[in-house]
Design a protein around this ligand. Structure first.
Ligand SMILES: Nc1ncnc2c1ncn2[C@@H]1O[C@H](COP(=O)(O)OP(=O)(O)OP(=O)(O)O)[C@@H](O)[C@H]1O
Ligand SMILES: Cc1ncc(CO)c(N)n1
Length: 297
């Protein structure tokens, strides 16, 4: 396990739903934390009966047990970074936001709304609670294109749209707003994620793998960012390391036979931490290292 400068083991908490299929949610988050050398803990908000074909059932847990899990880990183990994913119902969202208002470590908010197969993981009426309660807490927010569209009202079809939506998310309170490009049509051969912070955009890109094995890519990216932050990485370095991890995880699972639908990614990868990342540039990860390029915006 990775030790922080003061000698203590780096710790990450995920507050998310359980994916029985093991590719997304809590299961993906804990596997990812482990690969970053970070001790992982979990607060389960909802149980899903899910596989690579779809979501068969969703069972949100009562706010009281969500709060109790959080207090158990906070009062004994502590954490160096927190990631939130699927949040359950509105009462749970309020309980989580109240609990997070009192923590002093970085928080990554992945505003999970719909599964790859189109099933709702957040009730549409609860989107307002995510905007009002969760985005202002986010050191890093990581919506995909449809989620960014729903949160900001800006249609997100291109990299330029994603850049505008990221800026709007920063106005809603996210310190670093990452709009993921997995769903962007016409983005060419690269899967590009755009980050807005402090008036500048930074883009992280990697070759787009022609694969359906992308179940849980969003969960994996956000927990990888949180795990890197738990190690003490700075936000842009953490996002870059996460991009290297998810790119390798997707590429390595492309020929897997796990499940017959949108299969999981290969979490047994090692992240690459870049030496130096500057805001306002593009960084392309080729599977081994990052190369710098001009910002395509
Ligand atoms: N085919 C692909 N090849 C390479 N990278 C990809 C591919 N699809 C997605 N990515 C990358 O994976 C990460 C997650 O993006 P994506 O937009 O798929 O998230 P998501 O929709 O929230 O995922 P999920 O809902 O399955 O958890 C981003 O860094 C994105 O660029
Ligand atoms: C539990 C859970 N969280 C998030 C996602 C989004 O990938 C999913 N499919 N399942």
């Amino acid at each position: 396990m990775f030790r922080r400068p003061d000698g203590h083991v780096a710790r990450m908490l995920t507050i998310a739903g359980s994916d029985s299929g093991g590719g997304a949610g809590i299961q993906a988050d804990l596997k990812t934390a482990h690969q970053f050398g970070v001790y992982g803990m979990s607060v389960v908000t909802a149980i899903t009966a899910q596989n690579t074909v779809g979501v068969q059932a969703v069972y949100p847990l009562p706010a009281e047990i969500v709060r109790a899990q959080f207090e158990s880990v906070r009062d004994d183990l502590g954490f160096d970074a927190i990631k939130t994913g699927m949040l359950g119902d509105r009462a749970a969202i309020h309980a989580i936001a109240d609990a997070l208002a009192g923590v002093d470590c970085p928080i990554v908010v992945d505003p999970v709304m719909i599964a790859k197969g189109g099933e709702a993981l957040l009730q549409p009426d609860d989107v307002a609670a995510v905007i009002e309660r969760m985005l202002p807490l986010a050191d890093v927010a990581t919506p995909n294109a449809p989620e960014a569209e729903r949160l900001t009202g800006i249609p997100v079809r291109s990299l330029a749209d994603a850049a505008r939506a990221a800026e709007a998310l920063a106005r809603l309170g996210a310190r670093y707003a990452v709009v993921k490009g997995g769903h962007l049509d016409g983005a060419g051969d690269l899967a590009m994620d755009v980050v807005f912070h402090g008036g500048a955009w930074t883009v992280f890109a990697a070759p787009r793998v022609p694969s359906r094995k992308t179940h849980g890519t969003g969960c994996t990216l956000s927990s990888a960012i949180a795990a890197a932050l738990a190690r003490g990485a700075r936000p842009l370095e953490a996002i870059a390391a996460a991009k290297s991890f998810i790119s390798r995880a997707i590429a390595s699972a492309a020929d897997w036979d796990v499940g017959s639908g949108h299969g999981p990614t290969d979490h047994s990868q090692c992240p690459v931490f870049p030496d130096h990342i500057e805001a306002g540039r593009m960084y392309v990860f080729d599977g081994r290292q990052f190369a710098e390029a001009a910002l395509p915006l």
